[in-house]
Design a binder for this molecule. Structure first.
Ligand code: HEC
Length: 151
């Protein structure tokens, strides 16, 4: 009987720890991917600014597209804030619970990103990416942040 109770408590603790670990994984994956998106945007801006070969932009845009296609799957309810602590330290997140309350709108924001990236790729293929296009792209990132990311 006592064994049974201890066993049950242990099982519960392990289950909770397992959940925390799984959410930590998805938060780390999401944040790591988004950090890379920032790096891609900086690298793309540098190419445009230095009038470099825009063919390399298309390759980066392909990688960005692949990530944003998965983003709606990287925001399970238990990985948002709350319940997770809000912040930029490890194990914290700035992804708002508003995402779970409004999945359709989050999906729209992700889709708008994909549409903008497709336009960017087409322009890159003919060397026609302008600083204005990059500003528009940045605005598409910002529109989602405004709504779904804590400051
Ligand atoms: C569909 C919504 C959405 C779009 C589009 C989006 N982001 Fe984000 N971004 C988020 C959310 C949500 C977070 C918070 C993630 C977290 O803290 O778990 C975030 C966080 C970030 C972070 C911080 C990552 C970290 O270190 O914690 C960077 C950098 C970032 N985004 C860059 C970008 C760039 C660049 C773009 C556009 C190319 C972009 N994002 C487009 C939703 C979006």
């Amino acid at each position: 009987m006592r064994f049974g109770l201890v066993g049950a408590v242990l099982a519960a603790v392990v289950a909770v720890a397992g959940t925390a670990l799984a959410q930590g994984d998805v938060v780390a994956q999401r944040r790591g991917g988004l950090r890379q998106m920032g790096q891609h945007m900086e690298a793309i801006a540098a190419v445009v600014q230095s009038r470099g070969d825009q063919a390399q932009i298309a390759t980066r845009v392909d990688q960005m597209t692949a990530f944003f296609q998965t983003l709606p799957n990287l925001v399970p309810a238990a990985s948002l804030t709350p319940p997770l602590p809000q912040g930029t330290q490890e194990g914290q997140t700035r992804a708002l619970a508003a995402i779970d309350a409004n999945r359709a709108e989050f999906g729209n924001r992700a889709q708008a990103m994909l549409t903008q990236l497709a336009a960017l790729k087409t322009a890159a293929q003919s060397g026609a990416v302008t600083p204005d296009m990059l500003r528009t792209t940045g605005g598409t990132c910002g529109a989602c942040h405004q709504q779904f990311r804590a400051r």
